[in-house]
Design a protein around this ligand. Sequence first.
Ligand code: CND
Ligand code: ZN
Length: 376
Amino acid sequence: METAGKVIKCKAAVTWEANQPFSIEEIEVDPPKAHEIRIKIVATGICRSDEHGVTGELKEVQFPIILGHEGVGIVESVGEGVTEFKPGDKVIPLFATQCNQCPTCKDPRSNICFAEKAGRAVGMMSDGSTRFTCKGKKINQFTNTGTFTEYTVVNENNCAKIEDNTPLDSVCLIGCSFTTGYGSVVKTAEVKPGSSCAVFGLGGVGLAVIMACKLSGASRIIGIDVNKDKFEKAKEIGATECINPKDSDKHIAQLLLEQTGGGVDYVFECIGNTDTIVSAICSSHVAYGTTVLVGISGVSKTITFDPMLLITGRTVKGAIFGGMKSKDSVPKLVSDFNAKKFDLDKLVTHKLPFDQINEGFELMRTGKSIRTILTL
Ligand code: CND
Ligand code: ZN
């Protein structure tokens, strides 16, 4: 490619400081260094975690920054030592690193990579620098990805090659919401056929959980949200019933305990609110219920609950990216998607050109969208 080895000037949405609108700017993207890949992003989803980036609630955020972590694109060029990828390959950037060398990558129980934890500064590549510049200032990159830009650079441990015939559109959801929801059900909770499930929060992540509960053969799937406009879609995807906690004088946990005769088998918290996390644990079956924490709370939030809740036999778990090893699982899920084993388009309510990123975020903030996809 004629751009290989050169700085690329392109369009990106820069967040200069907390709680500011995205600013569409021309940026410079450096060529990939050793073991890095430069990617032309084609589509990217808007996730609540990006909004946590806007508000600066995540410790992974230092401004100015290019947010976005749910993208799909095409390799433009590769740095020295890269053998797995070549220009023209279709890829999904991975916010969850998989180096395959560290003890946790080698352990089938985990998807937390210690290569990343050991060395990488917030918003930087592994050598402690960033590949983005705008108006003479260095710009950070969100969670190893940074997809709100026409071009980004990622480490080879943060990239998955996907099938050549994949349409580059809603498949970007496999880069975050779908896999997070799917893995939470299949890998972290290991939902059994015939069981009861409850899902707190019916956004893109919660609906992906519902989709996976249905695929796992759950017989009852209860959706919970304070926004009743989310119920229609949730039922279309697989919820057998939906509850708005605001509609009852009883506490939501009390309601669920009553309606299930002792508690729900598997509860998924997909909001990240400390109150609903405790409600989720209380709603799970007293003797063998499992609660999976999926939603992300802001920095230094804590929860308190009566330890007897766990002494009776409940389990509480949590996972990033559903507990799925990113590089191993993403190509397989993409091929399942291409084989029509699940329908990602059902999670997509809006498609907008990249320039309308602020409108896309407004749709999420006002609860009007499930997932908005920006096309570049
Ligand atoms: P989104 O904002 O689209 O959905 C959240 C839903 O929760 C909305 O429908 C709200 O109406 C609803 N809600 C809010 N407050 C309450 C409440 N008190 N009671 C009931 N319902 C409520 O978010 P999303 O689906 O994009 O993401 C959900 C969470 O998952 C969020 O915290 C995000 O940061 C996190 C997440 C985690 C991971 C991971 O790897 N664990 C990956 N991606 C996103
Ligand atoms: Zn590792």
